[in-house]
Design a protein around this ligand. Structure first.
Ligand code: SF4
Ligand code: SF4
Length: 478
């Protein structure tokens, strides 16, 4: 597939529609744009017809960003069967996804989820280019929000200095509060929101929570102040991948060079560009596919009475070539995503509702009682992954005359809890088992009509005859 993916971002489209490596031929901008006439200036000054939000890229982008922000802020408050929709329990080291608790031994599910995430990133990048950057990346959403806040409270020239200052301060304060809430929400994915409030009131919020809150806030707020949009073009590693992942049919923002005569060189597309590039120069690595230039140019086209979409989203960097929405690389990645999703769902649904393990007591493998019975010591670990308590009755199989002795039988395990208890296997006196380790199976079962059955394999150790002497009774002398 690597051969099929060309470093498209290092090339720019030429007027004829054929793409050439940048530097191999003169830049398309060497073709002079039409002069910006006085008539054009007058036309541009006219008010453009206002389009409904769903017909502008900015409106669509805000709809997507609002949904994602809503999801981010609301998710910590949502529970499924009393468990977080998405969250991490630091005390049990358990990850909750969709109300399902993933234990440490479910890490293969996490691995599958990571693989699915990588495949989705590859699919969306190869297919839809930088839609993540311009439409969903928190960096872009937050910066857009800041710009929108400032624009909403934009000061008109007739306002006095005090009013301007008050409006600007209000915008900055709202932005600061948004970042405080955004950073707190990240902590809420680990500590439930209600518990955060109670712990702050009691002054018992742990240091790591304060640190996470502070660092996240500093990154959100301080990074924006420090780097801003330059993060996208100079720091972000995902942006650096674009040149490798794009192919010749990836969705990009394209200046339609077949309609160059319609451009009045008003430079509105350049003025609104958050990364300060001129898309008329062709596709550039700085372009985050936000579509601001599309809206700006459409407004100009409406004012001068020409067809919209002189700048547009297009599959491929030139309108001269037909758009190839479905292509082999996209199909392969889509199939991989579907397969991984099916595997992930199947693995998650097929997990045992109760997991048990039996650990041997390595320091006291066996013990011979006064009456000659032989005992081995173990620890039982039972994890209840259901949303209801379970009562498990245990027994042992594998050796005749071997008995399972638990402190409590049945074993009660609370929903979502891990129960540990020591127990012994007792073999009757006078057995005829040979010395060595004998495989046995500890089984547990609930008492319902459709019982949960679990089992754990272990071994029972029979010592050599010389090691079997029972301990002497206390108080006796020889
Ligand atoms: S906004 Fe449109 S008309 Fe104005 S310079 Fe850009 S491409 Fe040309
Ligand atoms: S060129 Fe257009 S789509 Fe690309 S970053 Fe600038 S405004 Fe956004």
């Amino acid at each position: 597939m690597a051969a099929a993916l060309s470093p498209l971002l290092s090339i720019r489209s030429d007027p004829a529609g054929a793409a050439q490596p940048h530097g191999h031929r003169p830049s398309p901008r060497s073709v002079p744009p039409p002069p910006h006439s006085a008539v054009a200036t007058a036309l541009v000054a006219r008010r453009a017809p206002k389009l409904p939000w769903y017909r502008t890229e900015r409106g669509r982008r805000w709809a997507v960003a609002s949904c994602l922000l809503g999801l981010y802020f609301v998710t910590p408050f949502v529970t499924v069967g009393g468990r977080p929709l998405l969250g991490f329990d630091r005390t049990t080291l358990r990850l909750y996804v969709g109300g399902v608790g993933l234990w440490m031994d479910d890490l293969f599910l996490v691995l599958l989820a990571v693989l699915l995430g990588v495949a989705l990133i590859l699919l969306f990048t190869v297919w839809l280019g930088r839609v993540w950057c311009g439409w969903a990346c928190p960096q872009t959403v937050i910066l857009d929000l800041r710009d929108q806040l400032r624009a909403l409270l934009r000061v008109r020239s007739r306002n006095g200095q005090a009013v301007r200052l008050a409006k600007r301060s209000t915008a900055e304060l709202l932005f600061l509060l948004f970042n405080v809430a955004g950073a707190a929400t990240l902590v809420a994915y680990v500590i439930p929101p209600g518990e955060i409030v109670a712990r702050i009131r009691d002054n018992t919020l742990p240091f790591w929570a304060w640190a996470t809150w502070g660092v996240t806030f500093t990154l959100l707020y301080g990074e924006l102040l420090g780097l801003g949009r330059r993060f996208c073009t100079r720091v972000c590693p995902y942006a650096k991948l674009q040149g490798v992942l794009f192919d010749r049919a990836t969705l990009v923002v394209e200046y339609d060079r077949t309609r160059m005569a319609d451009c009045i060189d008003c430079k509105r597309c350049v003025k609104v560009c958050p990364t300060e590039i001129d898309i008329r120069d062709g596709l550039q690595v700085e372009c985050i596919a936000c579509g601001e230039c599309i809206d700006a140019c459409d407004a100009i086209m409406a004012k001068v009475g020409r067809e919209p979409r002189l700048i547009q989203f297009h599959f491929g960097s030139t309108s001269a070539e037909p758009a190839r929405v479905v292509r082999p690389a996209v199909v392969v990645l889509a199939v991989a995503c579907v397969a991984l999703t099916i595997g992930l769902v199947h693995a998650a649904v097929g997990r045992a509702p109760v997991e048990v393990s039996v650990l041997r007591d390595r320091f006291h493998l066996f013990h011979v009682a006064q009456d000659g019975r032989l005992m081995n010591s173990y620890t039982l670990v039972a994890e209840n992954r259901t949303g209801a308590p379970v009562a498990l009755t245990g027994w042992v199989e594998g050796i005749d005359g071997l008995e399972l002795v638990l402190p409590h039988n049945p074993v009660s395990v609370a929903p979502g809890a891990v129960y540990r208890t020591r127990f012994v296997l007792v073999l009757v006196a006078g057995h005829r088992l040979a010395p060595g380790n004998h495989p046995v199976t500890v089984r547990l079962m609930t008492a319902e009509s459709e019982p949960i059955r679990v089992a754990a394999a272990t071994a029972f150790t029979v010592p050599e005859a010389t090691e079997r002497k029972p301990p002497r009774a206390r108080g006796k002398t020889e």
